[in-house]
Design a protein around this ligand. Structure first.
Ligand SMILES: [Zn+2]
Length: 104
């Protein structure tokens, strides 16, 4: 399983460059790779099938502590803001394969 805290799991590591921030579409987005994470279906986090535009809300808008530590999953095909409970990622290879077809 891949768990999401406040850093982008795709970029990996823990540094300020990859701290997820709330964007104008109400998704958390990585400032570096622009992957978008949806928290509308906690306890699963949805990895959206399209990237953000880097349009962030002003101020500190990090992932709140009570939303950290949940498992990352694919988006539901028909409702991309929600995570697919049958699509929980089990490896980084799976994430890379999923993102390989992501539209920019
Ligand atoms: Zn990233």
């Amino acid at each position: 399983m891949i768990f999401v805290d406040e850093n982008c799991v795709i970029c990996g590591g823990y540094n300020d460059d990859t701290l997820l921030r709330l964007n104008d579409d109400d998704f958390f987005e990585c400032p570096l790779c622009h992957a978008q994470y949806g928290f509308a279906s906690i306890p699963l986090v949805a990895l959206l099938p399209f990237r953000g535009k880097g349009s962030f809300r002003p101020g500190e808008s990090r992932v709140p502590l009570d939303l950290q530590g949940f498992m990352l999953a694919r988006s539901q095909p028909e409702q991309v803001v929600l995570a697919d409970k049958n699509g929980i990622f089990t490896s980084r290879d799976e994430i890379q394969a999923y993102l390989a077809v992501v539209k920019d």
